[in-house]
Design a protein around this ligand. Structure first.
Ligand SMILES: NC(=O)c1ccc[n+]([C@@H]2O[C@H](COP(=O)([O-])OP(=O)(O)OC[C@H]3O[C@@H](n4cnc5c(N)ncnc54)[C@H](O)[C@@H]3O)[C@@H](O)[C@H]2O)c1
Ligand SMILES: O=C(O)C[C@H](O)C(=O)O
Length: 333
């Protein structure tokens, strides 16, 4: 069997981590033959809860889990890690937008970027889940200059999964019969869920979603709005933000980054923009990517409608505003 790898989950005493740790430790991300040492990072007031999580992980009797390292010290939490799930951050409450969390949360990602820079493996894959995820990932990467920028990403996979589920329900097909839906831009209510390149398996044949659904008003209206506002709808219903589905999406994101995408299929990830599709450069923008040998590549030359172009401008503008605000919060500290 392979040597164990070290994987850190921050916010390890929180809601998302409670589902996520189990999925990772079962081998659903790095494989059923990959032993793991899990680092659990949280803050001092959560030490008691963290102890309970450690007890439960032991009691799960998971064969791949070789060691658990609970800590409140980022330099211990990030030491020699190959993969980092940055979940620890304040969640929004009903009535808030995710960017309202910016001033409270970006400072966390500065500290964690600095710690990653000092002690993580240089090839570490970093997935930022804590909101506002895109801008937090930008900040984290900026404070970790010795780690390649392409190793930092933000999670829009939950939005992709939500969008795929909406189409599967509309068409009455299993979720495995839907692929290549794109999430463009920010993990916020300006994101653009785009079914334009998507495919659906109907009666044994892969067809374009646009043709199979045959309802542009839905694809440009209710579909987009439902996905954009799904996080808020879950908060309104649960009085807490999504956790189980967020953990599943984090596993899907890291799984595909680690293992690659299937030929002809792409997934959405927030990554450093190179200006593709008219997006602003140097923000973390969600694009369709293909992954091979643990390296993502933005899928090029997709046809983009005028409707889609206008949506990409909107979400790109928001990301630039968030980036400027984050930099001024960090400057004033
Ligand atoms: N990108 C997405 O799709 C997505 C989906 C769901 C939730 N989220 C975000 O994920 C974050 C976590 O959500 P949750 O429901 O698990 O929240 P939670 O409040 O249940 O847990 C957050 C945990 O982070 C810890 N924490 C705070 N500061 C920390 C720090 N500096 N270092 C380490 N740990 C720290 C807290 O003590 C807490 O245990 C929120 O910001 C939420 O908005 C993002
Ligand atoms: O909506 C939130 O604040 C939590 C998360 O980002 C989500 O999309 O469910």
């Amino acid at each position: 069997m392979a040597e164990p790898i070290r994987v850190v989950v921050t916010g390890a005493a929180g809601q998302i981590a409670y589902s996520l740790l189990y999925m990772i430790a079962r081998g659903e991300v790095f494989g059923k033959d990959q032993p793991l040492i899990l680092h659990l990072l949280d803050i001092p007031p959560m030490v008691g809860v963290l102890e309970g999580v450690v007890m439960e992980l032991a009691d799960c009797a998971l064969p791949l889990l070789r060691q658990v390292v609970p800590t409140t010290d980022p330099l211990v939490g990030f030491k020699d890690v190959s993969a980092a799930f940055l979940v620890g951050a304040m969640p929004r409450k009903e009535g808030m937008e995710r960017k309202d969390l910016l001033s409270a949360n970006v400072k966390i990602f500065k500290v964690q970027g600095e710690a990653l820079d000092k002690v993580a493996k240089k090839e570490v894959k970093v997935l930022v889940v804590g909101n506002p995820a895109n801008t937090n990932a930008f900040v984290c990467a900026n404070y970790a200059p010795s780690i390649p920028r392409e190793n930092f990403s933000a999670m829009t996979r939950l939005d992709q999964n939500r969008a795929s589920a909406q189409i599967a329900t509309k068409m009455g097909v299993p979720i495995t019969s839907v692929n290549n839906i794109i999430i463009w831009g920010n993990h916020s209510s300006t994101q653009y869920p785009d079914a334009g390149q998507g495919k659906v398996l109907v009666n044994g044949q892969w067809k374009s979603i646009v043709e199979a659904v045959g309802d542009n008003a839905f694809l440009e209206g209710a579909f987009v709005e439902t996905v954009q506002k799904r996080g808020a709808a879950v908060i309104a219903a649960r009085k807490m933000s999504s956790a189980m589905s967020a953990a599943k999406a984090a596993c899907d994101h890291m799984h595909d980054w680690w293992n690659g995408t299937a030929p002809g299929q792409f997934v959405s990830m927030g990554v450093f923009s190179d200006g593709s599709y008219g997006s602003p450069k140097d923000v973390i923008f969600s694009f369709p990517v293909e992954i091979k040998n643990k390296q993502w590549k933005i899928v090029g030359n997709l046809p983009i409608s005028d409707f889609a172009k206008s949506k990409l401008i909107l979400t790109g503008n928001e990301l630039q505003e968030e980036k400027n605000e984050a930099l001024s919060v960090l400057d004033s500290n």
